[in-house]
Design a protein around this ligand. Sequence first.
Ligand code: DX5
Ligand code: ZN
Length: 224
Amino acid sequence: MNWLPRPAEGCAWVAPSVLSADFSRLEDDLQSMTAAGADFLHLDVMDGHFVPNITFGPFICGALRKLSTLPLDAHLMISRPDNYLEPFAKSGIDGLTIHVEADADVSSTLARIGELGMKRGISLKPDTPLEKILPYLNQLDLVLVMSVEPGFGGQVFNPGAVEKIAELDRRRAAESLEFLINVDGGINGETGPLCREAGADILVSGSWLFGAEDRPGRVQVLKG
Ligand code: DX5
Ligand code: ZN
């Protein structure tokens, strides 16, 4: 298990979204993100059913495990996460994030993810109210707030995410919980600092980081 605690006050961890990498030269692209100071790698798993796009599954996650020593967090945008928990655990990833909107018994799925030795994450779409995930907060290592509709990189940030992050941060303090707050979608040099100041611990960024000439400079802007 490879994971990180909460970052220092006012700072954030940076998680490049591999969806925006150049898959024809993946090893170089991931090494360049590690050299630039990335802290996690974010792996977007899509099934063509929960979202209208298909990416990769546990087999490719296992290959990515061999290419990087960074903590790997898989974001499952799939309808039936229960059917795939064991293969993801065997792939060697560190965290598994399911969607609250998926077809699953969320509480028992999270418990099973933990039993399999992975960090337990839950994500919610921009239109899903925060109330939907509140019953699970004490079972979580990670909450992934979506700031775009899941499915594709390169979309525009939805500012409603900032209020969700701030509310999660308040509840975390009030209930003495320790989950990390992660935000995903449209993160760049303007939206990233807004989320960080609201309480986000991990900033996921795909197109803005992979599209950069100066990757270390952009990673630093997000870290704070
Ligand atoms: C969208 C994915 C995101 C995406 C982010 O469904 O969950 O992780 O790769 O990409 P950008 O940063 O380009 O919005
Ligand atoms: Zn994602």
